[in-house]
Unconditional design. Structure first.
Length: 95
């Protein structure tokens, strides 16, 4: 079963820095990654992106405006990874 996931890339105002989160649980505990996660069955992509952003960073929908930037299908050793496509959002405006 394929599950869609979001990746949220948050830049600072002048786009010289990007927000990364340090993972607190397995897999990859202690490593850094972008904000994001699975899209729940009752959510659209944008609702899920805002929910994940708030859960992982405490940045709310009133703090930032996200836009859909691109879709990405992930392959590993020529095998389609079950989490796909990845919907990548970036910042349109920071309040």
């Amino acid at each position: 079963m394929k599950r869609n996931v979001n990746i949220i890339v948050v830049f600072n105002q002048n786009k010289s820095k990007v927000l990364m989160c340090k993972r607190k649980k397995a897999p990859f505990k202690g490593l850094y990654n972008f904000v994001g996660g699975k899209i729940e069955p009752n959510e659209d992509h944008l609702q899920a992106a805002y929910r994940e952003l708030a859960e992982e960073t405490n940045i709310s929908k009133t703090d930032i405006e996200l836009i859909h930037f691109m879709d990405f299908t992930y392959y590993l050793d020529h095998i389609l990874v079950p989490f796909q496509p990845m919907l990548i959002f970036t910042v349109k405006k920071i309040s």
